[in-house]
Design a protein around this ligand. Structure first.
Ligand code: PBG
Length: 323
């Protein structure tokens, strides 16, 4: 008795597999997150993210040009300031590290790439929270929105095309949209971190930005077990004018990406975060995984789940493999 249905026929050759392949990742769907450190004179390696550095102003410019040449679709910038305060004023200051770097890159690259900036206070506060605190030490949602509005203007004026509010404050997309529109910055867009989970996998990133946080972010980031709540966050952000919605982290949240992709009428992004990078790099360093195969499989899976845009620390390498 022979089976009449033989799906293996479509797997017989590389050409055949190419012909029937369902999921493709394009280099310009990849976004490279980059760190710039105020006052650095040499790029500083990040121990928990092998291959990733805190850039100097100069090395950032060069690496950004190289990344764009490699074919990536955008850059997401994070600043590491020299000094911090309770209200994160370095984020609003036009001479703050992130705004200076945005201006550098916009001058260097113009509209050749999509320049994005992290819009959050955690890198700039001395307590490490994503917002300002009230008298009891809790994150004050609405006071934070006012700061985000000012930060949005500063980043837009510095040249960002897309602002990435990542603090999970209620109403952040609406507040930023209003601040931008009121100042006439109607074409600056918002890539909203809509469903951002309170994840153990942000650890290496917190080294990368020298985070001062001692507690956790559970009063604003989402509980990893919740998906209905993610959809509610996405609907609110769409209502408030998000141009792109994002799910973060990526690999452990493929079901959330899929669910969001089904209800979103704007592009869906996913952020393959520092811990996802670190665990694969560690396995590669041990000789336990093949880097190229492992990385491309993760990106294919995130794409298959429904992401249109992928933020990944492997963006440049992967763009090279995919060209
Ligand atoms: C907050 C922010 C974080 C990341 C991006 N934006 C850290 C956090 O929420 O603690 C994490 C990115 C990563 O882990 O790669 N500004």
């Amino acid at each position: 008795m022979f089976p009449s249905h033989r799906p293996r026929r479509l797997r017989t050759t590389a050409a055949m597999r190419g012909l029937v392949g369902e999921t493709e990742v394009r280099p310009n769907q990849l976004v490279l997150p980059m760190f710039v450190k105020e006052g650095a004179t040499e790029p500083v390696p990040i121990a928990t993210m092998p291959g990733v550095v805190q850039h100097t102003r100069d090395s950032l410019r060069k690496a950004a040009v190289e990344a764009v040449r490699s074919g990536v679709g955008g850059l997401m910038l994070f600043g590491v300031p020299r000094t911090r305060d309770a209200v994160g004023s370095g984020g609003i200051d036009p001479n703050g590290v992130l705004n200076v770097a945005l201006r550098d890159l916009r001058a260097e690259l113009g509209d050749e790439t999509v320049l994005m900036s992290d819009l959050c206070l955690d890198e700039f506060t001395d307590h490490g929270h994503c917002g300002v605190l009230d008298h009891d030490g809790n994150v004050d949602n609405d006071a934070t929105l006012r700061v985000y509005g000012e930060m949005a203007l500063a980043q837009s004026e510095a040249g960002a095309h897309l602002l990435g509010p990542s603090g999970m404050m209620d109403g952040q997309v609406g507040a930023i949209r209003e601040a931008l529109d009121r100042a006439g910055h109607t074409s600056t867009g918002i890539l909203a971190y809509s469903a951002k989970y309170s994840s153990a996998f942000y650890g290496p990133f917190r080294d990368a930005v020298e985070s001062q946080l001692t507690g956790d972010r559970k009063t604003y980031q989402q509980d990893p077990g919740n998906v209905r709540e993610a959809l509610r966050e996405v609907r609110l952000d769409l209502d408030e004018g998000a141009d792109v919605v994002m799910v973060k982290p990526a690999m452990l949240y493929l079901d959330v990406i899929r669910a969001v992709a089904e209800i979103s009428d704007v592009p869906v992004a996913a952020y393959q975060i520092s811990g996802e990078y670190a665990m694969i790099e560690a396995a590669v360093a041990g000789g336990w995984l093949d880097r190229r195969a492992a990385v491309l499989e993760t990106l294919t899976a995130i794409r298959r789940a429904g992401a249109d845009i992928m933020l990944t620390y492997w963006a440049v390498e992967a763009a090279g493999w995919l060209r």
